[in-house]
Design a protein around this ligand. Structure first.
Ligand code: SAM
Length: 262
């Protein structure tokens, strides 16, 4: 999808980008190709695209021998996509509210994420697409820090912990603002997860969120109601000091503690 084509589709369908929905449409063939390639899609895969927009990724995906599901919140775009891609399943919904979309059958997730809800979408996918093999996202470059950061840093939180436990993450490419219509002020990045077989389930993800509930509080304070004897033993065995906070723990520590408290 070139810049000219994006503008043409917008004009023909009377679509002005809605900033409130994070609409910056991709218009660079190389980046589009790079995203599809990074997803390593195989014939027969079920591929979930979140926020197809005017179809920059949907177009090449629609030509593949796959079961493609696209979820779009903007009704104007839904109506355009249904006309342009009659063979693709276009789901007219807010992804964050969507249930029963066959999440456990999804092999690959692709999204040029609406940046205003990046974390919520990523966490929902982690919780629900439990059998996904690959996940490829376009994110704001500034947000990489929240996904790839080390423990004991300001950005470290549930998103970084779950991301690290979920798969091997790599940065596929950096994407300048000129690759979008309209142009955002910031640079973006394409990231890919090669998902681990043994990944955190919904319960472990909820536990990790609970550990970080109040960042300045100790683990013991955030985990009220758990077996204090087991918790204290685990903390002493692993950290010696008792007043440990979640931000000082490595991603694998959370799984270890979760299992110890069972
Ligand atoms: N995939 C297109 C592309 O690459 O050009 C559009 C990407 S644009 C950054 C984000 C898309 O997500 C928009 O089409 C927007 O309407 C859609 N979107 C925003 N919030 C959404 C939500 N809660 N559920 C589903 N789609 C959403």
């Amino acid at each position: 999808m070139t810049k000219e084509r994006v503008i043409q589709i917008m004009k023909e369908n009377n679509i002005l980008p809605e900033a409130g929905f994070g609409q910056n449409f991709l218009c660079d063939e190389d980046i589009i190709h790079g995203i599809i390639e990074a997803a390593d899609i195989r014939p027969g895969d079920t591929v979930l695209e979140i926020g197809p927009g005017i179809g920059a990724l949907t177009e090449p995906l629609s030509k593949m021998d796959i079961n493609l599901k696209c979820i779009e919140i903007d009704k104007r775009l839904v109506s355009y996509l249904k006309g342009a891609y009659p063979d693709v399943e276009i789901i007219d919904s807010d992804f964050l509210k969507l249930k029963d979309y066959g999440a456990e059958k999804v092999d690959v997730v692709i999204s040029n994420l609406p940046y205003y809800i990046m974390t919520d979408i990523m966490m929902k996918v982690f919780e629900e697409a439990v059998n996904a093999r690959r996940i490829v996202y376009m994110v704001e470059e500034a947000a990489l820090d929240r996904i790839l950061c080390e423990s004991s840093t300001k950005s470290y939180g549930p998103l970084a912990v779950v991301s690290e436990l979920y798969g091997n993450i790599s940065i596929v490419s950096k994407v300048p603002g000129t690759c979008f219509v309209p142009q955002p002020r910031t640079t973006s990045a394409v990231i890919r997860f090669i998902c681990h077989e043994n990944r955190p389930d919904k319960e472990l993800i909820a536990f990790i969120k609970k550990c970080f509930m109040q960042r300045r509080k100790t683990l013991s304070n955030n985990l009220k109601g758990c077996d204090k004897e087991k918790l204290n033993k685990w903390v002493k065995d692993n950290f010696i000091v008792e007043s440990i906070r979640a931000e000082a723990m490595e991603p694998t520590d959370f799984r270890d503690l979760y299992n110890a408290l069972k």
